[in-house]
Write a protein that binds this ligand. Structure first.
Ligand code: UDX
Length: 438
């Protein structure tokens, strides 16, 4: 199959490279000429494990290329995937679909021969139908179908998620479009990936429902963690105790400083907005948004309380600023709430993150960035873990203690063992874990 991928951001780039790995001919398009030039040289615009090799391998094999020329890519394609951004619209929380509709208008002009136009970006219900209308209005005689194929990949595990998905959801309304989509995903038949074929609206709702459910699950365990802290229970044992019930499942029950990233905050908001408009308010999701926002803000207070009510004049070592590990993405990261609040309370912040510091330097003015975790910990009065980078788990606590002015840790991801840290002389507080009895 010949595929045009419109938009070479996270979803577009990973999907394009993975489709090429499936054996298809893929042209990834983006308006950003600089990005395209760098991609053609094998330079990745994002940090995603394994992506650089996948891209260069497939370029070398002649199955993957990059271009700013949308018309050529679309004109030659059997399927065109729209993977442009759908940020939150300023003011009202609705997804901003202007990039999607602009892409649809350009695609309309460029289609030659039967083409399936697929929305891969996360788009509110009704968008697929609007894309079809835009194309039909511009080119009434064009032979095309619209499909919805939401992407469920996680940053940091994107390639694995794409190549070995739990399922593929495809909304189509003609046998012809279904055949094209089935051909594109045929390599996944080998690993017996379930394919959910449905209508376009259902596929669109499925994506939002999935993300909203996961965001709810995280928010639920975060509130249970708060309860555990108050009553001397351990949230990890609670998560295991409930997660072993197959109806609940063990994943996404890890407590933390609140969810962030490019999807959950934006998609929960967009779903709440769409649902209100459709007169079917999603009050649980609305509550999740509120609880999560409040939680991110409250985390700075947790650190301040731990320090005895004030951090004025203290030097705080922050480990991890990205919204989660294995990404350089800072979008809606809890650090963006926590760090400025600590600075406003008079603390000096020295931070370290394995991949996110370049972006963070822009978004967190006034923070000093260190070259290593130990350097960040040097002379610190308290160490705060915000992101669960694997390498932090392997830090030598003794070395940290030696480097710090005061051996105190607030571990917002529970990466350390509380007994071990306390045994080594640290004052230690995690999330949802019992304090030692006094
Ligand atoms: C998410 C969805 O998982 C993915 O299916 C969708 O396509 C895009 O959105 P992503 O944003 O990359 O992916 O990250 P994810 O691993 O889901 O984590 C989202 C947020 O939840 C992060 O801030 C993470 O730290 C937090 N999280 C996740 C928890 O706090 N606890 C958990 O148990 C899991």
């Amino acid at each position: 199959m010949r595929i045009a991928m419109i938009g070479s951001g996270y979803v577009g780039l990973v999907s394009g490279a993975c489709f090429a790995q499936f054996g298809h001919d893929v042209m990834c398009v983006d308006k950003d000429a600089d990005k395209i030039a760098r991609l053609r040289k094998g330079e990745m615009p994002i940090y995603e494990p394994g992506l650089d090799k996948l891209v260069t391998d497939n370029m070398r094999a002649g199955r993957l290329d990059f271009s700013t020329n949308l018309a050529d890519a679309v004109g030659n394609a059997d399927a065109v995937f729209i993977a442009v951004g759908t940020p939150t619209r300023r003011g009202d929380g609705h997804a901003d679909l202007s990039y999607v509709y602009a892409a649809a208008a350009e695609i309309a002009e460029a289609i030659r021969g039967y083409t399936v136009v697929v929305t891969k970006s996360t788009v509110p219900v009704g968008t697929g139908r609007e894309v079809a209308r835009i194309i039909r209005e511009a080119r009434p005689a064009t032979d095309f179908d619209v499909a919805s194929n939401p992407e469920f990949l996680r940053e940091g595990a994107a390639i694995e998620d794409f190549m070995k998905p739990d399922r593929v959801v495809i909304g189509v309304e003609s046998q012809r479009a279904r055949d094209v989509m089935a051909a594109i995903y045929r390599p996944l038949n080998l690993i017996q990936t379930p394919m959910v074929f449905t209508n376009i609206e259902t596929a669109e709702v499925t994506k939002y429902a999935g993300n909203a459910f996961l965001a709810t699950k995280i928010t639920f365990i975060n509130e249970i963690a708060d309860l555990c802290e108050k009553v001397g229970a351990d949230v990890h044992d609670v998560a295991r105790g409930i997660g072993l019930d197959g109806r609940i499942g063990r994943k996404f029950l890890h407590p933390g400083p609140g969810f962030g990233g490019s999807c959950f905050p934006k998609d929960t908001l967009a779903l709440a907005y769409t649902a209100r408009e459709a007169d079917a308010p999603q009050t649980i999701v609305e509550q999740v948004i509120e609880v999560n926002n409040a939680r991110k803000k409250r985390m700075a207070k947790k650190v301040i309380d731990f320090c005895g009510g004030s951090v004025a004049g203290l030097r705080i070592c922050v480990l991890g600023v990205t919204f989660k590990a294995n990404t350089d993405d800072m979008r809606d990261a809890p650090s963006l709430d926590i760090v400025p609040a600590l600075m406003a309370a008079g603390a000096e912040i020295v931070a370290f993150d394995p991949e996110g510091m370049k972006e963070a330097a822009r978004m967190l003015p006034g923070v000093t960035f260190a070259r290593t975790a130990y350097e960040a910990a040097s002379d610190a009065d308290v160490l705060v873990v915000i992101t669960e980078w694997h390498e932090f788990r392997g830090l030598d606590p003794r070395r940290l203690k030696e480097a710090m002015r005061q051996p105190r840790i607030v571990d917002l991801r529970n990466i350390f063992n509380p007994d071990e840290m306390r045994g080594l002389g640290f004052a230690y507080e995690g999330i949802g874990r019992p304090q030692p009895r006094t």
